[in-house]
Design a protein around this ligand. Structure first.
Ligand code: NDP
Length: 313
């Protein structure tokens, strides 16, 4: 056989022996990702720094390797999900020569700048880097309830692997800036944390009054929050336009009075108001600035900090 043909067949053979995807990091989230990929029928190689986290995955068909080099060499697509970006670097840098020409999808939570810096590092090594942000908890992975955001300047690579990535959750490419998925993930988490904080306050108020809070949560609170969430795009339009008096649903003046009542009753119930106090302060500051007829969205002007070197609007 001609030596070029031999090389060609050797490459085909090697590619057939390769896995579809390698998952690096088998914490709670990494295990859920690997589990969903296996369930979808993919050939999955798994690796974790500490041994002993791959038991159920191996039973489901995963190839577990102890050598990091073997792990990254066994697939052209590598998903990494570890605690933070320093951990990502600790895993990838020792094998950086072995991942050249491969695709890295980093689903670890981090900051936009960390994502951009990883992307620059990868580009210098000829690695196709896609950053991702997971909006889900492990039990949701592999279902439509899991939303995963991706960004980076390799959109075609994302498209090529989209079918596989859909097996871990809805796959949404959000733009070429590698930091964008991270920024949107953090912003969405800010909204979730704020909402859950309010929910916990409401439950603390009601539990102190010996109410059946499970029933309260199911039959009143959840439907109420669902209904209110319909207005999220309305607030977004106001923030985008800078006009907080357009189609106002509820003005800041009465909202300030209502919030003061909630805080007073909370104190009567011996419930701390420390989650609500900063919101009252923001609302009252916006009113004092001359905007009592604004929608709640108007407080975003009070949240904007002046950036050094940025000209005033
Ligand atoms: P875990 O704490 O369960 O797992 C952490 C993983 O990181 C383990 O595999 C651990 O390995 C590995 N790790 C940490 N440091 C290093 C290092 N220096 N070198 C190699 N491996 C390291 O975390 P999760 O799996 O829950 O979370 C992983 C990522 O997913 C985080 O960025 C998290 O924010 C994100 N995420 C998690 C969600 C969740 O609900 N769990 C939701 C959305 C995002 P070892 O076993 O050896 O310690």
């Amino acid at each position: 056989m001609h030596s070029l043909d031999k090389l060609f067949f050797q490459k085909i053979l090697e590619e057939n022996m390769m896995g579809d995807v390698t998952v690096l990091g088998l914490g709670m989230m990494g295990q859920a990702l690997a589990h969903a990929l296996l369930k979808a029928g993919h050939k999955v190689t798994v690796w974790n720094r500490t041994a002993g986290k791959d038991g159920t995955l191996v039973a489901e068909g995963a190839i577990a390797v102890t050598s990091l080099r073997d792990a990254v060499q066994s697939s052209s697509l590598i998903i990494i999900c570890v605690s933070d970006y320093p951990a990502v670097r600790a895993v990838l840098e020792p094998v950086e020569q072995d991942i050249s020409q491969r695709v890295i999808v980093n689903l670890t939570t981090g900051t936009p700048d960390e994502a951009r810096s990883m992307s620059t590092w990868a580009a210098a090594l000829n690695i196709e880097y896609i950053d991702g942000g997971i909006m889900a908890v492990p039990p949701q992975i592999g279902t439509e309830a899991a939303l995963i955001l991706y960004s980076g300047n390799h959109e075609n690579t994302f498209i090529k692997h989209c079918a596989l990535l859909k097996s871990i959750g809805q796959a949404r490419y959000v733009g070429a800036d590698p930091g964008l998925a991270s920024l949107l993930e953090l912003a969405m988490n800010a909204a979730v944390i704020g909402m859950i904080g309010g929910v916990i306050h409401a439950m603390t108020m009601t539990v102190e009054e010996k109410t059946n809070i499970v029933d309260f949560a199911k039959s009143l609170l959840k439907p109420c929050l669902n209904a209110i969430s319909e207005f999220i795009p309305h607030f977004a339009q106001q923030i985008a336009s800078g006009d907080y008096t357009n189609n106002v649903l509820s003005q800041l003046g009465p909202m300030s009075t209502a919030l003061a009542d909630i805080r007073r009753v909370s104190r009567d119930l011996n419930v701390s108001t420390e989650l609500l106090d900063p919101i009252q302060a923001l609302i009252d500051r916006r009113i004092a600035s001359g905007f009592p007829y604004d929608e709640f969205s108007g407080v975003c002007e009070e949240l904007k900090l002046k950036r050094p070197g940025k000209p005033e609007d």
